[in-house]
Design a protein around this ligand. Structure first.
Ligand code: G3P
Length: 217
């Protein structure tokens, strides 16, 4: 399973990248706004900076919702760097745009996916990635992980090449469960990635080893 970080924060991207386990970055308009990035030039420059920091796929989201607007915006985003993946919302014009991008050699990430039916449409249109939002499904009282299991089964049976990119990850357990369910990629906040490191027995064991090591010094 590939690890992406889900943020536009450069310090967090750097920290995850230095761990040596990072395969890419996803962003969205909310994450860009959180970093105070304002204006189209600043947004484009921010994506360029991220591309220069991480050697992996970088998802950059369009904000247009009509076919022509999505295409125009997506072409500009794709021109920033070869690693840019154009993130397109799961709407009717989005599906049409994904098909157009696929036929024109531009890779896509279909975002805001909450059902198997939506994921099938994105895969049929040729999306490179489809992003089911696990945490937001959980928030509604349903089990987001069921969707990952369902998509894995459908994509394998149907031979879809689209990669399942589990998004809206809220904790380390989500990451482990996504790996178990067969997600191709998990895009995570930094604290969820770092949370994977933690186990109290590791801390207790290390303290004991260090204490005993003093006896051998
Ligand atoms: O990248 C989109 C997705 O990961 C959003 O997560 O926590 O806002 O539901 P969240």
């Amino acid at each position: 399973m590939k690890f992406f970080i889900d943020t536009a924060n450069l310090a967090q991207i750097k920290e995850a990248n230095e761990l040596g386990i990072l395969d890419g970055v996803t962003t969205n308009p909310s994450l860009m706004a959180k970093e105070g990035i304002k204006g189209q030039d600043a947004v484009m420059q921010h994506y360029k900076t991220i591309c220069e920091m991480v050697d992996g796929d970088i998802s950059a989201e369009v904000i247009s919702t009509d076919f022509d607007g999505i295409i125009e915006e997506g072409k500009k985003l794709a021109a920033i760097h070869k690693n840019i993946v154009v993130k397109v919302p799961m709407i009717k014009d989005g599906v049409k745009a994904i098909k157009w991008f696929t036929e024109n050699g531009i890779r896509t990430n279909c975002t805001l996916v909450f059902s198997a039916g939506q994921a099938i449409l994105a895969a049929k249109a040729g999306a490179t990635y489809v992003s089911p939002f696990i945490g937001r499904v959980d928030d509604t009282g349903w089990d987001g992980m069921d969707l990952i299991y369902q998509l894995r089964q459908i994509f394998d049976i149907q031979g879809f090449k689209t990669e399942i990119l589990a998004a809206s990850i809220r904790n380390p357990n989500h990451i482990t469960k996504c790996a178990e369910a067969g997600a191709d990629v998990c895009t995570c906040p930094l604290d969820s990635i770092l949370g994977l490191l933690k186990h109290p027995l590791t801390d207790i064991g290390l303290a004991k080893f260090l204490e005993d090591a003093k006896k051998t010094a």
